[in-house]
Write a protein that binds this ligand. Structure first.
Ligand code: ADP
Ligand code: MG
Length: 380
């Protein structure tokens, strides 16, 4: 079982100075008067239980995070001021370090930067699940020097996603979509070992459909993955389920711009030249929903279609609704799938929405992450 030390394991924190690696990588926008502001403070609010625990335990808390991609340089627009201000409103008295990625030592895991981070620090907490698959300084460095533990968010992620590898109620159905097979090959392999059925939609279904001999028109296709998909279909022996109908857009159409023209039509699995499959069809959405309603555990990663365009959101919405209605234990991992669930207003109907896209897939695949390993091996 993947396990990590938790906040309680840090013991008495009275008067201690605790460094807490959080995920304050919030979406920013520029307001009318030109100042940077936070478009959505969900990630800041999500960190509060851990920060509050540390404060109430008598610690002085220093929070640190990356924000955007400044690539090792100071980028004024990516400073932490808006985050600092919002946190001060929500939970006063927490120090927030500058954007970790202003320093090239963060992604480079430079010991000198680690030394800087832990100067004057007595204990370390990691609550940044979404960064825990990276061997960055703020993730793997401090645990080598000071007693360390997982915060509440990280603890929950490890419990749920670690549990998916080890003890899942059957039938266990995995639903995969999104853009590319190649991105998700590892997780497909890992899930096939455990799930009863693996449902495939989204852009990646076309490489599977092509492997079955279908014409996929102008749909997203990874030609160099066709053989791999054929092999997966054979090995899965009927457990991989692909769409039997599609919603497609004809030549001249533009994603995200209905006024550009281009016909949108329901189709089977073979598309004429120039047509692009952009969503699973209604029959497939209904079939996928039936599988989901029969399940006792569902893991979902990757939208079923280009849900950002309302013309191609129906498949993702139908499948999400089936999960919301299902009595199964339902878990969503993946940035875009989680955004879809939030947009549909169904977040409260899911059992767990992972805060880490890449990290959740890697944890399912590997059973461990560099950041978790570091906590387990931390100094005492
Ligand atoms: P997640 O972030 O949930 O892991 P991905 O990043 O793998 O998901 O994929 C999300 C993207 O896949 C979305 O932007 C969506 O528009 C795109 N997508 C879904 N279906 C298709 C399709 N049929 N053709 C092209 N892109 C697709
Ligand atoms: Mg994504």
């Amino acid at each position: 079982m993947t396990s990590v030390p938790t906040l309680e394991d840090l013991g008495d924190l009275t008067g201690k100075r605790v460094l807490c690696r959080v995920d304050f990588n919030v979406p920013l926008r520029t307001s009318a008067d030109g100042t940077r502001e936070i478009a959505d403070d969900l990630r800041i609010r999500a960190a509060l239980p851990t920060l509050r625990y540390l404060q109430q335990a008598g610690a002085t808390v220093v929070a640190c995070s990356h924000l955007g991609r400044p690539k090792g340089q100071v980028v004024a627009e990516l400073n932490m001021d808006p985050v600092r201000a919002r946190l001060e409103e929500l939970l006063p008295g927490i120090e927030v370090l500058d954007n970790l990625r202003f320093n090239p030592g963060e992604t480079g895991n430079d010991p000198a930067f680690v030394a800087e981070l832990i100067g004057g620090i007595d204990a370390y907490v990691n609550d940044a699940f979404g960064a825990s698959h990276r061997s960055h300084a703020s993730i793997v460095g401090p645990p080598q020097h000071v007693p360390s533990a997982a915060g509440r968010l990280l603890e929950k992620e490890v419990e749920v996603l670690g549990g998916m590898r080890e003890r899942t109620k059957k039938p266990f159905i995995a639903v995969l979509g999104g853009s590319k097979v190649s991105d998700k090959l590892g997780v497909i392999e890992a899930l096939l070992k455990r799930c009863d059925k693996l449902i495939v939609g989204g852009g990646m279904c076309f490489t599977f459909l092509a492997a079955q001999g279908n014409q996929v028109g102008a749909s997203l296709l990874e030609e160099d993955m066709i053989d791999t998909c054929r092999d997966l279909l054979e090995r899965a022996d009927g457990r991989i389920i692909v769409p039997h109908d599609l919603t497609a857009m004809g030549p001249g159409g533009k994603i995200g711009d209905p006024s550009a023209g281009g016909e949108v039509r329901q189709a089977g699995t073979s598309l004429p030249e120039g047509w692009m499959g952009l969503d699973i069809g209604p029959g497939t959405a209904a079939e996928f929903s039936d599988h989901i309603l029969d399940a006792r555990t569902v893991f979902w990663n990757g939208p079923m279609g280009v849900f950002e365009d309302p013309r191609f959101a129906a498949g993702t919405r139908t499948v999400a609704q089936a999960m919301a209605d299902s009595r199964a234990f339902t878990v969503v991992g993946g940035g875009d799938s989680a955004a879809a669930v939030a947009e549909f207003g169904m977040a409260a109907d899911f059992d767990h929405i992972s805060t880490g896209g890449g990290a959740s897939l890697e944890l399912l695949e590997e059973g461990d992450l560099p950041g978790l390993e570091a906590l387990r091996n931390s100094a005492h």
